[in-house]
Design a protein around this ligand. Structure first.
Ligand code: CP
Length: 305
């Protein structure tokens, strides 16, 4: 099975065989990124537009580097420096940019479902680069690729996702992906930051970090999303760090080959201590490196449709 879709909007809709195909293809692009001349002509003449309504360092740069390494022409639109600040709707912005004949839109938006809505109104391909609390599919693919690189499999692994599950599109995309690929996923955090009925996604739920660390093959640490905490879901950041922060002391109970992952950006000293973020179990920068290969694979498939 290949990948014959117009858009990549989420992991939820994908078959396990499609995920496997995307991961295999991503692996084949890794080598280009290690060359001294990191450029191939594959997407010459193709146009990619990055349309970002929310800040981003990793995803935006990674998609841009991926497109340029495939020789596509890329253009970046930020909400803060475009006519979006004058009140133009997302749909009007999309239709005007579409009139310039791009092949792919890479869209990040604070509203869950925005890339899906826009994808239905353009003939260009749309890649969801993170929408609200919904999905971040390229992040989950790069996370799965990083786990595969280090563990050789996804099937049968025990993956613990710790932190602000409620607001996390990274958690949702990883839960869909990892469970389809045969991993057991445990979500851990304060009850207020775990959505009700999340067990319907096929995960185990706990509020006690000490219960899940010893059996974890992978601990995926999530950022405490301070910008989305208006509802006072936490008594204090300090209490959160005390109860759920991943630090060296806690990792004494972990397996000797545990992987520590974080999608970034990190709140050092809150959800993860510097000694863990920069320590021997951390594959956080490998995740970032793999992001370019994953995004090359996605652009390769969708720009040439
Ligand atoms: N992981 C991630 O989405 O990071 P950015 O917000 O920097 O893109």
């Amino acid at each position: 099975m290949g990948f014959n879709r117009k858009d990549l909007l989420g992991i939820r809709d994908l078959e396990a065989a499609e995920i496997e195909y995307l991961l295999d293809l991503s692996r084949s692009f890794k080598e280009i990124n290690e060359r001294s001349i990191k450029k191939v002509p594959t997407l010459r003449g193709k146009t990619i537009i990055h349309l970002f309504y929310e800040p981003s360092t990793r995803t935006r740069t990674s998609f841009d580097i991926a497109a340029k390494r495939l020789s596509a022409d890329t253009y970046s639109i930020s909400a803060s420096t475009s006519s979006i600040v004058k009140g133009e709707t997302a749909l009007d912005t999309l239709k005007n940019l579409e009139a310039m004949r791009p092949d792919v839109f890479v869209i990040r938006h604070s509203a869950s479902g925005a890339p899906q809505m826009l994808a239905g109104r353009t003939t260009a391909s749309v890649i969801n680069a993170g929408d609200g609390m919904h999905e971040h599919p390229s992040q989950a693919l790069l996370d799965m690729l990083t786990i595969l690189d280090n563990k050789g499999r996804l099937d049968g692994l025990n993956v613990v996702i710790v932190g602000d599950i409620y607001h996390s599109r990274v958690a949702r995309s990883n839960i869909w992906g990892l469970t389809k690929m045969g991993s057991t996923v445990v979500v851990c955090g304060p009850a207020t930051l775990i959505p009700p009925n999340i067990d319907a996604m096929g995960v185990k739920v706990t509020n006690h970090l000490e219960q899940c660390i010893p059996d974890a093959d992978v601990i995926m640490v999530l950022r405490l999303q301070k910008e989305r905490q208006q509802q006072m879901l936490l008594p204090s950041v300090r209490e959160y760090a005390t109860l759920y922060g991943i630090n060296g002391q806690r990792l004494k109970e972990a397996r000797k080959d545990v992987l520590i992952m974080h999608p970034g950006p990190m709140n050092r000293g809150v959800e993860i201590s510097p000694e863990v973020a920069d320590g021997p179990y951390s594959v956080i920068l490998e995740q970032v490196t793999n992001g370019v290969a994953v995004r090359m694979a996605l652009l390769y498939l969708l720009a040439q449709r």
